[in-house]
Design a protein around this ligand. Structure first.
Ligand SMILES: [Zn+2]
Ligand SMILES: [Zn+2]
Length: 346
């Protein structure tokens, strides 16, 4: 089969590799019907994720059809159309029993396209298939399902739920990439008073206004003055960091009100200054984490019933064999305006 193989920093190729097979009784081998590329894949290609070794097939967000299953798999069967979650769950360890699948110590968490071969391929082996895949109803398209593999649960759990977004809140989302935009969309489920997006790119600010933001500001504007004006001088109830650089985290800390929440969703590669000299007295809650995907069933139901509109996230479409071109377009998002790309196996 063909797969997108990482060959060390800056090197990738769409090439022939052996077909995956069932190795453990809990495995499924799944034919990939649609797959997307994540910002995290670009980090891997830059060499920012040293746990990913050369030779690894990348990708952790896909939809597929089950081909074969191990002896102990009972939830899914050959022919089932399933969502392959970015997080794998052993379902048995202490953390999985608390629905904290991202902390799985039994061989799960983020493993696809990281510690084992991923989904940017014609076929993929998915361990713990019973508890790491979700059968898809006909009402959910492949493209919408792709968003459920990572960006929707990530933005909802790590941004909106960790940030305790509540009715009437003023919510600032710093960063209008796919996760930031999805945080704006899912924050709306809680009836906030205002959702304010902050992003330097005009194209992304326009996207923010389409995906739930009431106001979209450039960091060059006086963001703090606008937030204070909207909040009687207090600051935002919740700030969500969806970039992953020191300046944006510090901005979130600067904009939050006393007693408010800072929810970090960005993937950071450098130390950030935490201004405890001003925060120590303010009663701020700061949360971090990798998505658990414990809300995937809820989000799947909402997307399927039309209660959560996720149209417009997929901006570019390709055939699976056009993986190189898709990486190129996604990697130059500043020029191409790509949010999420979808590759379909025709
Ligand atoms: Zn991802
Ligand atoms: Zn586990």
């Amino acid at each position: 089969m063909k797969a997108l193989v990482f060959h060390g920093p800056g090197k990738r190729s769409w090439e022939d590799v052996p077909d995956p097979v069932v190795q453990d009784s809990t495995d499924a081998v799944i034919k990939v019907d649609a797959v997307t590329i994540c910002g995290t894949d670009l980090h891997i290609l830059k060499g920012d994720v040293p746990a990913v070794k050369p030779g690894r097939i990348l990708g952790h967000e896909a939809v597929g059809t089950v081909q074969s299953v191990g002896d102990s798999v009972t939830n899914v069967a050959p022919g089932d159309r399933v969502l392959i979650s970015c997080i794998t769950s052993c379902a048995r360890c202490r953390f999985c029993r608390e629905s904290r699948y991202s902390l799985c110590t039994g061989g799960g968490s983020w493993i696809l396209g990281h510690l084992i071969d991923g989904v940017q391929a014609e076929y993929v082996r998915v361990p713990f298939a019973d508890t790491s895949t979700y059968k898809l109803p006909d009402s959910v398209s492949d493209e919408d399902a792709l968003l459920l593999a990572d960006i929707l649960p990530t933005s909802y759990e790590i941004g909106v739920l960790n940030g305790r977004v509540s009715p009437g809140d003023v919510v600032v989302v710093v960063g209008a990439g796919p996760v930031g935009l999805a945080a704006m969309t899912t924050a709306k489920l809680f009836g906030p008073r205002q959702v304010i997006a902050v992003d330097p790119a005009a194209q992304r600010r326009e996207a923010a206004l389409r995906h739930g933001a009431d106001v979209a500001l450039s960091p060059d504007e006086d963001v703090k003055a606008k937030v204070l004006e909207l909040t009687d001088g207090l600051g935002a109830d919740v700030t969500i960091e969806a970039v992953g650089i020191p300046a944006t985290f510090e901005q979130c800390a600067d904009l939050v009100r006393p007693g408010g929440h800072i929810a970090n969703a960005g993937v950071h590669g450098a130390p950030v200054t935490l201004h405890l000299e001003t925060l120590w007295i303010k009663g701020i809650t700061i949360t971090t984490g990798l998505v658990d995907t414990s809300t995937t069933p809820t989000l799947l139901t909402m997307v399927g019933s039309g209660g959560l509109d996720v149209g417009g996230f997929i901006t570019h479409r390709f055939g699976l064999q056009e993986m190189d071109e898709a990486y190129d377009v996604f990697g130059r998002a500043d020029e191409t305006g790509a949010l999420k790309v979808a590759l379909s196996a025709g």
